[in-house]
Design a protein around this ligand. Structure first.
Ligand code: UPG
Length: 305
């Protein structure tokens, strides 16, 4: 169901952005933590395969392949590693996402090289039809459970949902939607959980590519005129790429998204606590229940266990 059945065994696909890693010691360290913890807790059934996709430039790929030889040593499961050239993907992606870039990118123009930050938004057009489900993951994660369990969440998608995602754990969208909230004082937009709409974090995303392809609504929302309409309605101006796009369309159409338990992407960044939002911070940051994946976003240290 979730993966391509090649030679009878189910394939579980995950994808990570992996660019300019050769130039960043910090990204290399994060990658090590992520892969070693994924391997340590990873268990699959006989015949199943974990397929690791990386979107990469040539230099990062070379380094990545060397590092993976080491990190995958102790894997108790079958795996495949696939590198995708960031330049090739960008070529296909740019025309689809160009119009939305100005609303959700830093700076004013729609820079060609920024298109890749919107890969998840159009993943259903980028990957072959035979690929029906993929999980996109940041590099600054630490796994505390079997990654295979995350794929079971696809089975919990209600009808109409196309993406599984975890709420944002800082009041960043309380900030971004400031003007809309002022003009609509009763709105749930940007309010904290459990009753509000705090927005989404893109560190862990379950993309049901089959559902994304089939959803007339989702594909309409990708059209430039509809993106502009919503950005205008919500007075939205962001710089976090796909995360901003999903957050904005989620305000209008929450049913497109299946909201996973917060423990699947326990974000640790506290930047907004010290930048004007200390008073409300805990309402957003708080996450009850088991932590399955830590997310050391904005370079936050991850607890040892
Ligand atoms: N990445 C690269 N090369 C880079 C920088 C980033 O491959 O030079 C990838 C990598 O997979 C990384 C991801 O992009 O994990 C996200 O970038 P990162 O710097 O880790 O962002 P975060 O500080 O984790 O933070 C926030 C959100 C995150 C979101 C990102 C978008 O928490 O979910 O994807 O902002 O800008």
């Amino acid at each position: 169901r979730k993966g391509k059945n090649q030679a009878g065994g189910q394939h579980y696909h995950v994808l990570m952005m992996f660019t300019k890693v050769d130039k960043s010691r910090s990204l290399q360290d994060k990658f090590k933590v992520a892969m070693l913890s994924m391997v340590k807790h990873g268990h699959f059934l006989k015949g199943e395969v974990l397929v690791l996709h990386f979107v990469s430039d040539k230099a990062s790929q070379q380094l990545g392949q060397r590092m993976l030889q080491d990190f995958l040593q102790d894997a108790t499961f079958k795996y495949e590693v696939l590198f995708h050239d960031v330049a090739e993907l960008t070529q296909t992606l740019f025309p689809i996402v160009e119009a939305m870039q100005k609303h959700f990118s830093a700076g004013s123009g729609a820079y060609y090289s920024d298109a890749i930050f919107f890969l998840s938004v159009a993943m259903h057009h980028i990957m072959p039809e035979s690929l029906t489900h993929i999980v996109q993951l940041d590099l600054d994660l630490k796994y505390r459970t079997n990654i295979r369990n995350l794929f079971q969440e696809f089975d919990k998608f209600p009808p109409g949902a196309v993406i599984g995602i975890i709420r944002e754990m800082q009041p960043v969208y309380r900030h971004t939607f400031w003007q809309y909230r002022k003009e609509n004082p009763q709105t749930k937009v940007g309010e904290p959980p459990p009753d509000g709409l705090p927005g989404f974090n893109s560190g862990v995303m379950l993309l049901d590519l089959q559902a994304m392809r089939a959803s007339a609504l989702y594909n309409q929302l990708l059209e430039p005129k509809n993106v502009a309409k919503l950005a205008d309605k919500y007075r939205f101006r962001g710089h976090l790429g796909d995360q901003d796009f999903f957050t904005m369309i989620g305000m209008e159409h929450p049913d497109l998204f299946y909201s996973l338990p917060c423990g699947w992407n326990r974000q640790l960044c506290t930047w907004w606590r010290d930048h004007g939002y200390g008073e409300v911070f805990q309402l957003y940051y708080h996450c009850d229940g088991p932590v399955y994946i830590y997310h050391g976003n904005c370079n936050s240290p991850i607890p040892d266990d």
